[in-house]
Ligand binder design. Structure first.
Ligand code: PGA
Length: 250
């Protein structure tokens, strides 16, 4: 890993109830250890639990994020939606945008671009998810897709360190499959070079997400240029999540 911090983002998706908050106890404990001082741990629970997570984690170095937001920062008649301003107001500093599960249910590059803009104006840090499908990978279109998602998603946006790319191959999410070392390292480097070339920004952080577990994280963390992990399933279990953090540093 190349940067000052290693990100460990727990994407809880549509899991968890009020009791699940206690699963952060063990994670809080290890986050205090000197050995893991460079670990930036961020919990992204469902909206229903955000306030409780914020309260629980207030005096710790662990932060809280949301998993999505509406593209408008104004109040409005959008049943079931929450915007970036409301998320910031709850005490979150992060939001995940462009996750493939939301792209599948209608988030286009244009909507994602609007969501990133409104999140930036609400001073949120953004995990901007990109990634190719299995079909696109087999057709050798991965770089084309990544490039399109980045250029359209970040169109007319002044990129800052607040935007953290999460490279998540769609075929890898929840399947137990991960890209091979060469592929992954090539794609992460491609993303970093593209950001430098098109947006003139150096050292932008890029995370990897998709079936990260305590079993494969050692191999993944050896890949240069990866600045951390977006973890879905394995982050629900505190022991597994802790193991991922420990193995990255060992
Ligand atoms: P997974 O999910 O770790 O369960 O594959 C990752 C994600 O969707 O962010």
């Amino acid at each position: 890993m190349t940067n000052k911090y290693n990100y460990f983002v727990a994407n809880w998706k549509m899991f968890g109830n009020i009791k699940s908050i206690n699963s952060t106890n063990k994670v809080i404990k290890i986050s205090k250890l000197r050995k893991f001082r460079k670990a930036k741990i961020i919990y992204c629970p469902p909206y229903t639990l955000i306030s409780d997570f914020v309260k629980k984690l207030r005096k710790t170095k662990i932060e809280v994020g949301a998993q999505n937001c509406h593209h408008s920062n104004l109040f409005g008649p959008f049943t079931g939606c929450i915007n970036a301003k409301m998320i910031k107001n709850l005490g979150c500093n992060y939001v995940i945008i462009g996750h493939s599960e939301n792209r599948k249910s209608g988030d286009t590059d244009l909507i994602i671009n609007k969501k990133i803009k409104s999140s930036l104006s609400s001073k949120l840090n953004i995990f901007f998810c990109i990634g190719e499908t299995f079909k696109e990978k087999n057709e050798k279109r991965t770089k084309l897709i990544l490039s399109k998602q980045i250029k359209k998603g970040l169109d007319k946006i002044k990129i800052t360190k607040k935007i953290i790319i999460a490279y998540e191959p769609v075929w890898s999410i929840g399947t137990g499959l991960i890209p091979n070392k060469r592929e992954l390292s090539e794609n992460i480097l491609f993303i970093k070079k593209l950001l430098k070339k098109n947006f003139n920004i150096n050292h932008q952080r890029v995370l990897y997400g998709g079936s990260v577990t305590s079993k494969n994280v050692r191999e993944l963390s050896q890949i240069k240029h990866i600045d951390g992990f977006l973890v879905g399933g394995a982050s629900l279990n505190p022991n597994k999540f802790i193991d991922i953090i420990k193995k990255t540093f060992n």
